[in-house]
Design a protein around this ligand. Structure first.
Ligand code: GLG
Length: 827
């Protein structure tokens, strides 16, 4: 019985492989217009994508039809960023045809790994916020929730990074220069939006006052759809990204009056809107183009949602709030709130209160950071110029809020009004997008327990007093399909055998592994896989940097955007301490370590770039110093991005999560690394706290000040010089940076770091945490010497982090915010 069913399965797989092979060749001929004899890897890759798309599109049609027939309530995720990475292997895995494709390609004489490398990363995001959006839309499809992701179809994603003499060089990232096989242009769903101009007050025949906006410019939004394939043959949802173009209608006017050149110029200006992603992470851009980007995609998306709603409900708005929920990914899309009000009040001629009631059913807001420099504020003058009607609407939202909420609660308290007003007073008036988001949303969430608590206590305490039920937490998560199954196939296969193959959709199942954590056989298998992954990465390191590293060494990984609060320079100080100890004691006993960094610095963030430079210079010195005898290697991997993360994470032994407590809202790299069996060296910050709860204190190296201690230290007056003078090792290291030891003939080149830590006041308490950090690293060193002990800890990390699947995050959102129902897709 068993035998025949296995035979049947094998037959089915054979047929699937055969069909795929035929389809690939068909597409090589008819889509790519080339032949097996002369096709490049690029052509084979594209032909394979086209073959895969046949199945993707089936799912897409079925999903769209089912959603329409059942008139489902749907989530609309509004995000200025989606950090998708590559789609190829994920689509294959999620369709359940990875092995078939691998086999089909092998029979055609091709290695699937070579084809995977053909795809450019879709890097339409900066870091955690954009990658979270990507994980979420994948989980939504997997869990069969009706959902659309909305964003911008940037022509250039996050810049490509290289190093020249250790310094970061940025180059544009034209990811779709030769087209992208995963996207579908939908000219039938083009939208037009307006900006600039002026507002006229008119009176209708009944004497009713009306506001009429006469726009200064019309811009066309062209939608590109990226199908998002759920795991295990579930739904195929859509990520809809808007590209800006000059409006045909507008151009003709100028053209007819003889202004061909002017028309061409306006064309360029319109197209600039979706030209480039702002490369800032955790800082506010505050630029006119950025505001227009935000408004452009929000307005296009709202019109798209309304068009779809009207197809079913016509002008009856009474179901809108039941059918539509919009999640604002940070404040970036907050302008959607006044835009929906404008559409309802000015266009649909709805009474203000009715329109506001709808808004308050529709919007929810996720806060991703407490850093003041990231909280968006727009100069009122600029807002007025770009969106003259919206600023009036914001005034009215604010007037009612201050009158009906703030004044009722704190009568006569002008200080409260000043603090809570959406308009900030001062020498330049500003629109506070965080305030607007809270006032306009029915739910506000932070992204980890501690962060959500701080959002309430430190960021919006008065808003909490007004609306205690509005605030909630949803701890972030990551998709185990990409971040384990696809990126770490060796470990995935082991897990299939040990806990069953349904862990990708039920990550808590990994907990079964904990029972075998002490089993020498499992330990051997687990660590052998880690070893192979490290050997693969070592080859990649050699290829990218020409540096040779020993896969037997401990791989210590810090991968994330470069930012002072993330403290890559604390990591550097540890490296320098070890190096100095080796120079002072040639026999210094330490576990050989490879320190791996991956990070892009915002092009305008000077100190971040100095930190990259310093790490590269120190790396160069240490890697060539014979006295080190390979006990330390330092590698800064160029152009860190999703596809590089997929190679680094499976090979990590240690995960560096060392932000100043209270600064990292959650982190998600911490989750990916622990899931792949890395041991965290981390502060009690963001989701590290929850990771520590899950894996247990013995399986994580926690160090440093807590959030409360950080606050107390700031309040008592932190003086970093105290640490400098009291710790001779620390002092020696910082002084070292001032010499020309790492930059021969050019003393002082690395002094920026020392300056910021001393004269600069050390805003992120690097020196305060230095000693405790080194102690934690010493502990890790000791653990690593005991192979069985280390294996047990690594296994327990993988076993214990089931909570951090993005499926759980999505279920939390559904329950606490979105109130959606899953929808089974009919074939
Ligand atoms: C933020 C935070 C991260 C968080 C991510 C996703 O800094 O801590 O994990 O969003 O919520 N701006 C970010 O990347």
């Amino acid at each position: 019985m068993k035998k025949t069913s296995t035979a049947k399965a094998a037959n089915a797989a054979n047929t699937a492989t055969e069909q795929l092979k035929e389809s690939i060749i068909k597409h090589l001929h008819s889509t790519l217009g080339t032949d097996v004899n002369k096709a490049s890897h690029q052509a084979w890759w594209r032909a394979t994508c086209a073959a895969v798309n046949e199945q993707v599109y089936d799912g897409l049609r079925n999903t769209q039809r089912t959603h329409y027939e059942q008139d489902t309530r749907a989530l609309h995720y509004f995000s200025l960023e989606y950090l998708m990475g590559r789609m190829f292997s994920n689509n294959l895995h999620n369709l359940g045809i990875y092995q078939n494709a691998k086999q089909a390609l092998a029979e055609l004489g091709l290695d699937i790994a070579d084809l995977e490398q053909q795809e450019e990363d879709m890097a339409l995001g900066n870091g955690g916020l954009g990658r979270l959006a990507a994980c979420f839309i994948e989980s939504l499809a997997t869990l069969n929730y009706p959902a659309v992701g909305y964003g911008i179809h940037y022509e250039n994603g996050l810049f490509q990074q290289s190093f020249q003499d250790g310094r970061q060089i940025e180059r544009p990232d034209s990811w779709r220069e030769y087209g992208n096989p995963w996207e579908i242009c939908r000219p039938e769903s083009v939208q037009e939006i307006a900006v600039y101009g002026y507002v006229e007050t008119v009176f209708d025949l009944q004497g009713q006052m009306k506001k009429v906006w006469h726009p200064g410019r019309i811009i066309k939004g062209v939608p590109w759809d990226i199908p998002i394939v759920g795991y295990d043959g579930s739904a195929v949802n859509v990520l809809r990204l808007w590209e800006s173009r000059a409006s045909d209608f507008f151009n003709w006017d100028v053209f007819n009056s003889g202004g061909y050149i002017d028309a061409a110029r306006e064309n360029v200006e319109a197209e600039n809107i979706s030209k480039v992603l702002y490369p800032n992470d955790e800082t506010d851009a505050g630029k006119e183009l950025r505001l227009i980007q935000q408004y452009f995609f929000c307005s296009c998306s709202l019109k798209d949602i309304i068009r779809r709603y009207k197809r079913r409900h016509g002008d009856d708005w009474s179901h809108f709030g039941k059918q539509v929920v919009i999640q604002l990914n940070d404040t970036h899309p907050a302008v959607a709130i006044p835009e929906l009000m404008r559409i309802l009040v000015d266009r649909a001629e709805m009474a203000w209160d009715d329109a506001w009631a709808i808004c308050q059913q529709v919007f929810a807001y996720t806060n991703h950071t407490l850093l003041p420099e990231a909280l968006e504020k727009w100069p009122l003058r600029l807002f007025e110029k770009v969106l003259p009607r919206h600023i009036e609407i914001i005034y009215e939202i604010n007037r009612r809020f201050l009158l009906e909420q703030v004044e009722m609660r704190w009568p006569g308290d002008d200080a409260k009004k000043r603090k809570l007003s959406i308009i900030e007073e001062g020498h330049e008036q500003m629109v506070r997008m965080g305030h607007l988001s809270v006032v306009g949303s029915f739910k506000v969430n932070g992204v980890a327990e501690i962060h959500s608590k701080l959002v309430k206590s430190d960021l919006f305490p008065e808003m909490v007093a007004l609306w205690p039920d509005k605030f909630t937490n949803v701890t972030n998560g990551v998709t185990p399909r990409r971040w384990l199954k696809a990126c770490n196939p060796r470990l995935a296969t082991l897990l299939d055998a040990k806990v069953g193959d349904d862990w990708p959709t039920d990550l808590k199942k990994l907990h079964k592994l904990a029972d075998f954590a002490k089993d020498p056989a499992l330990q051997d298998n687990f660590m052998a896989i880690k070893q192979q992954n490290k050997a693969d990465l070592a080859r990649e390191i050699k290829k990218l940097t020409r540096i040779e590293v020993d896969p037997a060494a401990l791989f210590d990984v810090q991968i994330k955007r470069l930012h002072e609060y993330k403290r890559q320079h604390l990591n550097l100080l540890h490296i320098l301490a070890l190096y100095r100890r080796i120079l002072q004691n040639p026999d210094y006993d330490m576990v050989p370590r490879v320190f791996l960094f991956g990070a892009k610095a915002a092009p305008g963030y000077k100190l971040a770039k100095e930190i990259i430079y310093a790490i590269n210079k120190v790396a160069d010195k240490i890697n060539h110093d014979k006295r080190v005898k390979n006990r330390i290697k330092v590698v800064f991997m160029p152009n860190y991005r999703v596809s590089l993360a997929e190679k680094m994470i499976p090979a990590a032994d240690v995960s560096e999560q060392i932000s100043t407590a209270g600064k990292e809202a959650s982190g998600t790299g911490n989750m990916k690394l622990a899931l792949n069996g890395a041991i965290t060296v981390g502060t009690l910050d963001g989701a590290n706290i929850e990771i520590a709860e899950e894996v247990g204190a013995d399986n994580i190296a926690i160090f440093g000040l807590t959030v409360d201690e950080v606050k107390a230290l700031y309040e008592s007056g932190y003086n970093s010089y105290d640490y400098y003078h009291n710790n001779p090792e620390l002092k020696a290291i910082l002084d070292w940076l001032e010499t020309d030891y790492f930059t021969p003939g050019k003393p002082g080149e690395l002094v920026a770091i020392k300056r910021s830590l001393l004269e600069g006041g050390d805003p992120y308490l690097v020196l305060a945490d230095f000693e405790s950090y080194l102690a934690a690293q010493q502990k890790v060193d000791t653990w690593y010497r005991d192979k069985a002990l280390w294996a047990e800890k690594a296994i327990l990390n993988t076993a214990s982090v089931g909570k951090f699947t993005s499926d759980r995050s999505i279920e939390d959102y559904v329950e606490r915010v979105w109130q959606l129902k899953p929808c089974r897709i009919k074939n």
